[in-house]
Design a protein around this ligand. Structure first.
Ligand SMILES: Nc1ncnc2c1ncn2[C@@H]1O[C@H](COP(=O)(O)OP(=O)(O)OP(=O)(O)O)[C@@H](O)[C@H]1O
Ligand SMILES: [Mg+2]
Length: 1046
């Protein structure tokens, strides 16, 4: 209904600024726009009713709802007797009572506005937090304060509509521009938009509403989190809406700015910033993507919320309405406000609304929740899910939906990457400017489908901790590295597929158009080709694998997950039924009509409006209008005898019969034309239909003069004449009826196809998921070849061995400048220590080393190959990364406070299976305090967390303390005797030559480097020489040796 490519027959009406003029035009002969002939449409309604009813085929679009509209003036004159042709419509016999005079009953004692305006006002009151768009004919319109406030924001001309109750501000745009304006309202302004659509009134409703053909009810409320198939959706990211259920007792609690909550061992009671006691009270989360039907739940704690929000990145967060008044005092508010999440308050479903229990969700799900998982859902998860479904259901206003059964995030084996690490490791965007370019995702994304890209995004935010999953993915990558032809062929086929996750979901939401069916069919066909390719690439035809255990097996198990039988039948049925050529013509027609409409708008504004009005018209209108006037339109070209059909005549027995009937009627028309020409001696006679006059005989030239004796002249000029002829009127009605029946039958066939898609839903989604995985693994294979990556060996141990490691993004950056990256090794646990304490000069590569290892681990655990010569990695349950410094003044946190909050969160949460990266802890305060805090942190990591960690610092005193306390594996400075500690000392360096030149040695070596060479960096950065000299003097006084060149 909201699609600009509506496949129902479009009717256009134009509203123009200031002096509204509207046009009713039609491309469907069954829709009559008589109103265009009259100034006063009320009169035309009466005329029609007096003659023979309210509309041909019950679709005549005239009546009181247009009473506020002025039609386009023409010279045609209509007399009552001249309208004999059949106006069908069972409910519209001439004995029908006339509509009541005005719609006062719609108006609860307020001003006497026209009914459309009253309907809009009522909807505005009912949906008071939304911008209301009201469909009126071919337009969406805004009224009253919405027109005044929103009109200018949308660059729409705001006009004053004259009504008997005074002027009403109003603005509007053609229906096919809905997506464009929704984008601005929903995406850019983050507004909720209620869309009131037209619903045909039946006879009694029509009387009640004062003769209105349509009721206008809000059919959907579009919000940033509840987009379905809008063109402006980001194709590369999921569009989640998340509900948070907070138990009431959480009110009193506080949350720190902590990180993930998976590993909750080794914690001490937290001391958050505001000093209140942190209790990790359980809260419930539920989130879904309406555009794909993905649905998740997760129990968690308030302290982990920030990280989960960052991972899921919901476009909208839903909270219980009850919290609205108290939210400012609530800690969840500050968490949400920090990232500026859009928050919506919605009531919990009440008793009787049927969503409170898990079992109540069934009607909204495509399949049952597996019985074995039903019991695992916590109360908080169910409450969050109920709140979410209730909210989404309300936004969809009764549109049925089929979601995938909820997956419990808790039961998935995934690595936790907390909020700070996600940022500092620049996984999806860079820290500095939040750009995609420069992020890890950008560096590794080679997927060719949009849904594949979305899945990669998800994998990267939640790498796996399952050896089985990782090995399976790696096997596939290995397979596609080995077999280049297979890889390339698969990629070509994947490019032929469409975004079936989102496509299928359209049908699950009872939307979807014939084009979508065709896309689905071609995706199914491509899937079949992919299956054939994978199946035929049997192990026998390949060289034995060198680095996979059982490569053919992984392809086979992928193929096994695809079910094709039912989808192929569906695809065949779609191809049999839909006339692709007809569809193309239909779109050409729609485009041409849209262009005509825009041109008309332009023309009217030009003649009646100002230059400013013209500028306010949307782009395209100007272009359309500037075209030379009146080329024969496509509509004319196809004419009524060349109607465009979108189903093939053999799509159903009914269609076959109707098409042959239609052909027969056309033949009769030809014969009648001949007969009338002969009878009236008028060789120019043609049989026509016009909106104003109905079925007419049209003659021209001398025939126009010769046929004056013919009865019932409707219009005449010097050269043409139109009149009615009962035989043509009767035949014309039969033609109309037949066409109407064909349209109805096409709709029925389409609906049955849509039903079949829904029956295939689960299979289609499962197939789509396999294609997404294939897209990622083939992209990993290409990436591995392109960047010389190796397959890491994943193990259940707690060792990490990386030989010749590189940084996934820095290496590329250096290469662009013609510089080479210095590879570095890492050995954690096993014979060496579990923690590396890294010292060294500024700019010599400490931070790069820290991050590159964290990134390698993440890449490995999503199944990707890694930038190293060799890697053996014990699976990591969580990555924590504390790097750089940032203050958060908004949350009343100084630089050092942020540093300590992040450090606290790591020390409280890291388990022995975690991997921690700590860069320059303690640098935000005095060297003494900083050293103490840094040492305390490493001490905690060694003795309590017992995790693998990389710890970089400029405080070499920390290294001394580590050695003193026996925490080091070796005694520094050639002592030779090795201690049993966990900490290895490594450093980077600067190499100087006798002429004062120097180079950074990015290669790590064992030992401690006590020189930071800070003044070298200062000089490189352009610090004034005088300032450098002062710094040298200070250093000299404090006994620190500075080299002559400094
Ligand atoms: N292994 C490497 N090979 C080549 N160049 C490198 C390497 N590591 C780092 N670099 C270059 O050095 C720059 C500085 O590195 P990095 O920020 O890691 O230094 P740092 O030791 O952390 O410095 P600081 O102590 O000032 O934080 C990087 O931006 C990169 O251009
Ligand atoms: Mg650094």
């Amino acid at each position: 209904m909201l699609s600009s490519r509506s496949w129902s027959v479009p009717r256009f009406r134009i509203a123009c600024s200031g002096q509204f003029r509207r046009l009713l035009s039609t491309k469907h002969p069954a829709t009559v726009g008589l109103s265009v002939a009259h100034q006063n449409v009320t009169t035309s309604t009466l005329v029609l009713r007096a003659s023979s009813g309210s509309g041909r085929l019950g679709r005549l679009t005239v009546g009181r709802e247009l009473a506020h509209v002025r039609g386009k003036k023409t010279k045609t004159v209509v007399n009552l007797e001249d309208l004999p042709q059949g106006l069908l419509g069972a409910s519209s016999s001439s004995s029908d009572p006339l509509p009541p005079p005005a719609a006062e009953d719609e108006n609860d004692g307020g001003p006497n506005y026209p009914t459309v305006v009253l309907q809009a006002r009522r909807n505005m009151q009912k949906f008071d937090n939304c911008v209301l768009l009201t469909r009126v004919g071919g337009f969406y319109e805004l009224y009253f304060e919405h027109a005044e406030e929103i009109g200018p924001l949308l660059n729409l001309k705001v006009a004053q509509k004259k009504t008997s109750a005074g002027p009403v501000p109003m603005a509007g745009f053609p229906f096919f521009q809905l997506d464009r304006f929704l984008k601005i309202l929903v995406q850019d302004f983050q507004r909720h938009v209620a869309i009131a659509e037209e619903f045909p009134n039946d006879a009694s409703e029509k009387v009640k509403s004062g003769g209105l053909m349509h009721d206008r009810r809000v059919a959907r409320i579009v919000t940033p989190g509840t987009l379905i198939d809008e063109n402006f959706m980001d194709p590369y990211a999921n569009n989640y809406v998340m509900a948070i259920h907070l138990p009431t007792e959480v009110d009193a609690l506080s949350a720190d700015d902590g990180s993930s909550g998976q590993a909750q061992q080794a914690q001490q009671p937290a001391q958050p910033a505001d000093g209140t006691v942190q209790a990790d009270a359980q809260i419930g989360l539920a989130w879904l993507d309406l555009s794909t039907g993905c649905f998740f739940t997760q129990p968690t704690t308030l302290s982990s919320l920030g990280s989960i929000l960052l991972r899921v990145s919901p476009r909208e967060v839903v909270l219980d309405k009850e919290l609205e008044s108290r939210i400012r005092d609530h800690n969840v508010f500050s968490i949400l406000a920090e990232e500026r999440y859009l928050v919506t308050y919605s009531p919990q479903p009440q008793d009787g609304e049927g969503l409170q229990r898990l079992s109540d969700w069934a009607p909204m799900l495509e399949s049952e929740i597996p019985p074995q998982t039903v019991d695992s859902f916590t109360d908080d998860e169910v409450k969050a899910g109920s709140l979410l479904l209730h909210y989404v259901k309300d936004r969809l206003r009764g549109l049925s939906m089929k979601l995938q059964p909820p997956l419990r995030h808790e039961s998935m084996q995934i690595m936790n990457i907390d909020k700070n690490s996600m940022r500092s490791l620049e996984i999806r965007q860079t820290i500095r400017d939040g750009a995609f370019r420069g992020s890890l995702l950008h560096a590794i994304r080679r997927t060719v489908t949009k849904s594949g890209a979305r899945l990669l995004n998800e994998w990267l935010s939640a790498p796996s901790t399952s050896l089985e999953v990782i090995n399976f993915r790696q096997d596939l990558v290995a397979r596609f590295i080995q077999n280049e032809d297979l890889r390339d062929a698969i990629v070509i086929l994947l490019r032929r597929t469409h975004d079936s996750q989102r496509l299928v979901q359209k049908f699950a939401l009872n939307r979807g158009e014939p084009d979508d069916l065709l896309r689905l069919a071609s995706t199914i066909k491509a899937t079949e080709d992919i299956v054939n390719l994978l199946t035929s690439s049997s192990s026998s035809s390949l060289p034995p694998s060198t680095d996979t255990d059982d490569p053919e097996d992984c392809l086979q198990s992928l193929v096994k997950r695809i079910s094709l039988e039912q989808p192929l039948k569906l695809a065949a049925r779609i191809k049999e039924a839909i006339d692709e050529e007809g569809l193309v013509h239909q779109h050409e027609l729609e485009d041409s009509e849209a262009g005509e409409m825009m041109a008309l708008a332009q023309e009217i504004v030009k003649s009646e409006g100002s230059a400013e009005d013209t500028a306010a018209l949307p782009k395209g209108a100007a272009a359309a209008a500037s075209k030379p006037k009146k080329k024969p339109s496509l509509k004319d070209h196809y004419g009524e005898d060349n109607e465009v059909w979108i189903m093939k005549p053999y799509a159903s027995p009914g269609l076959t019969r109707l098409h042959s009937e239609l052909a027969h009627l056309y033949q009769q028309k030809v014969e009648l034309t001949e007969a009338l020409r002969a009878r009236l001696s008028a060789s120019s006679l043609t049989l026509k239909w016009t909106p104003g006059l109905g079925h007419i005989c049209h003659v021209k030239g001398k025939d126009a003069r010769n046929t004056t004796a013919t009865r019932g002249t409707l219009s005449s000029s010097r050269t043409t004449r139109s009149f009615h002829q009962p035989e043509w009127t009767t035949l014309g009605e039969l033609l109309d009826k037949c066409r109407f029946q064909i349209r109805s039958e096409e709709q029925r066939v389409f609906n049955s196809l849509r039903e079949q898609v829904i029956l295939c839903l689960v299979k289609l989604r499962r197939n789509a998921a396999v294609l997404d995985e294939l897209d990622i693994v083939t992209s990993f294979a290409r990436l591995a070849l392109e960047q010389n990556l190796v397959r890491p060996v994943l193990t259940p141990s707690q060792q990490t061995v990386i030989v010749g490691g590189r940084h996934a993004t820095v290496e590329g950056g250096l290469a662009e400048q013609g510089r080479t990256f210095q590879r570095n090794d890492l050995y954690l646990n096993g014979p060496s220590g579990r923690i590396w304490l890294i010292t060294g000069p500024n700019m010599a590569g400490k931070s790069t080393f820290l991050r590159q290892n964290a990134l390698i681990i993440i890449l490995a655990q999503i199944g990707c190959y890694v930038p190293a010569d060799y890697a053996e990695l014990g699976i990591v349950d969580a990555i924590f990364s504390r790097v750089g410094s940032a203050d958060n003044l908004y949350r009343d946190q100084s630089t050092f406070m942020v540093e300590m909050l992040e450090t606290a969160s790591i020390l409280r949460q890291a388990t022995s299976r975690s991997f921690v990266v700590m860069d320059e802890i303690g640098r935000g305060t005095t060297p003494e305090d900083g050293t103490a805090v840094a040492f305390a942190a490493i001490h905690h990591l060694v003795h309590v967390n017992k995790c693998r960690a990389l710890f970089a610092t400029h405080f070499h005193k920390v290294a001394d303390l580590v050695a003193e306390q026996g925490m080091s594996t070796t005694v520094e400075d050639g002592g030779g005797s090795s201690s049993t500690g966990a900490v290895e000392m490594y450093c980077t360096d600067v190499q100087e030559d006798e002429y004062g030149g120097f180079v950074y040695v990015h290669k790590l070596r064992k030992g401690v480097n006590r020189q930071s060479h800070a003044l070298k960096v200062a000089r490189l950065a352009g610090l004034p020489e005088s300032a450098i000299r002062v710094a040298q003097q200070v250093l000299a006084k404090s006994g620190v040796e500075t080299k002559s060149e400094e």
